[in-house]
Design a protein around this ligand. Structure first.
Ligand code: SIN
Ligand code: MN
Length: 200
């Protein structure tokens, strides 16, 4: 399980076995059923190309009034619990003491991308954000604590896990593109990225 460090981002390449990846995908099925993916509107008016949902006490989304966490899905129901195999990963790689309060599920279809941004809607930045990649490869871009400047790009493959803590916690990052159908984990192709966050 090689560990790569780029500007404070700890990239655990190939952290999850094929079996573990499948177990997590299976565990996500009831989550997606209870809390279907939706395409959030960004405050400036357009729609995100990524489709998303969440598990946990809080879910993250955006609409015309801004980016934020909410205790309910846009359709009104509370979010489903974070599945056990995902919590176990957090306990192992981040903290056995404090569980994450949000598991954001991002689904990237063939043309989805995510612009450079900071994860800064949480009230507590002392815990890292844990990111789990499943399915198609993604070109992940790592920036700086302020917008702009030199960036570095790395490919994230299915089973890679990234710990974004310390200097990486508030660093800009984004996804330029995915390599559609590069993985066979998800039957219809695409990529799922899970990010686990302490929110309050
Ligand atoms: C995110 O920043 O929320 C997603 C990162 C990723 O898809 O790898
Ligand atoms: Mn992010």
């Amino acid at each position: 399980m090689p560990l790569l460090r780029v500007r404070g981002f700890e990239i655990h390449k190939n952290c999850l076995s094929q079996g573990k990846q499948q177990e997590i995908v299976e565990a996500l099925r009831p989550v997606l059923k209870a809390a279907p993916l939706f395409s959030p509107t960004v405050p400036s008016g357009g729609q995100m190309s990524v489709r998303m949902t969440s598990a946990g006490k809080f879910g993250w989304f955006s609409d015309a009034s801004g980016y934020r966490y909410a205790e309910t899905h846009p359709r009104g129901q509370i979010w489903p619990d974070i599945p056990a195999p995902i919590l176990t990963l957090w306990e192992t790689l981040v903290s056995p003491e404090r569980p994450p309060e949000c598991c954001l599920v991002n689904y990237y279809g063939e043309t989805a991308r995510m612009g450079m941004h900071q994860d800064k809607d949480e009230a507590d930045f002392s815990f890292p954000v844990l990111s789990i990649s499943l399915g198609d490869d993604a070109l992940f871009r790592i920036g700086n604590p302020t917008r702009g400047g030199k960036t570095e790009s790395i490919w994230l493959n299915s089973g890679d896990v990234v710990v974004m803590g310390g200097e990486a916690r508030l660093a800009y990052h984004g996804v330029d593109r995915i390599r559609f159908k590069s993985s066979r984990l998800l039957p219809k192709g695409g990529r799922i990225n899970l990010t686990l966050r302490v929110v309050t």
